[in-house]
Design a binder for this molecule. Structure first.
Ligand SMILES: [Zn+2]
Length: 271
């Protein structure tokens, strides 16, 4: 036990029972020592799990609740992160905002539709958000709509996709499976015993190992690569030229070159 009166700069976390510096605890106005009883790591863990659980219980309401909160805070006068410096929110509180949307039949219909797409694809780009129609306008009754988080992804779920299935890293003989829409991807992966949580890496140009000496690349048909900031692969070209004596089959190496460059992902094209 730590006596909080002895001015010691450490405190025991009530969850992980680690002794930690006071800076590892969030401020809490109403507590005895002005600090949370759990350390930040434990608190964040707990909140992340709580959010996941809530979403599972009622994905429609919980996702709306968290999106409304974000929108409300972005619409406060003291929120000065660009591009929200001048954006205001018509509602007095997050619960007023929530209450209005929850009882707006058209809104809830659109919202549920987009949540269903998100649940189907598991792609964060498909997660619905409270969007402003006119980007210079406020969060107000006339200026909000349901929009997926990903840019230009309104048609995201119906986008045709490809799964490149690679055996033993032999990409040159990869098999391409056409998927009519992103919504169907999950079933196609399940049918092939591939974990569908990988769908989140679509168009990232990542070669994903799925066991059984099998790798896959997920890409949308006419999409573009979302290249990673940091290089993920090095593309190497080995170039050799031989002269072969036709009588003796003796080989003479004439050119032997290796060139390479780094790339933030790969996009495969059909021959
Ligand atoms: Zn802790």
């Amino acid at each position: 036990m730590i006596d909080t009166d002895n001015k010691s700069e450490v405190k025991e976390c009530a969850k992980c029972i680690d002794l930690l510096p006071l800076a590892s605890f969030q401020d809490r106005k109403n507590s005895k020592d002005g600090k949370d009883i759990w350390c930040k790591a434990c608190r964040n863990d707990y909140l992340a799990n709580w959010r996941k659980q809530k979403f599972k219980e009622d994905p429609y309401i919980y996702s709306l609740y968290s999106s409304v909160h974000n929108a409300y805070y972005r619409g406060q006068p003291d929120y000065t992160v660009s591009p929200y410096e001048k954006i205001l929110c018509e509602w007095e509180s997050p619960s007023d905002f929530m209450n209005y949307l929850e009882h707006n039949k058209d809104w809830m219909e659109d919202w549920k539709k987009q949540v269903d797409i998100y649940l189907e694809t598991g792609d964060l780009n498909d997660k619905p958000s409270v969007d402003r129609i006119n980007p210079n306008g406020h969060y107000s009754r006339e200026n909000i709509r349901v929009k997926p988080l990903g840019e230009n992804k309104l048609m995201g779920a119906s986008k045709p996709c490809e799964v490149w299935i690679i055996k033993n890293k032999q990409m040159s003989s990869a098999e391409v499976v056409d998927v009519p829409s992103k919504k169907d991807l999950k079933q196609i992966l399940i049918d092939r015993d591939i974990p569908y949580s990988l769908i989140k890496n679509i168009d990232e140009g990542i070669i994903q190992d799925v066991g059984n000496n099998t790798q896959i690349i997920l890409q949308s048909k006419d999409g573009a690569l979302h290249k990673s900031e940091k290089p993920l692969y090095r593309l190497e070209t080995h170039y050799q030229r031989f002269l072969v004596n036709l009588d003796t089959n003796q080989e003479y190496l004439i050119v032997d070159e290796v060139s390479s460059f780094n790339t933030g992902g790969i996009r495969l094209g059909r021959k």
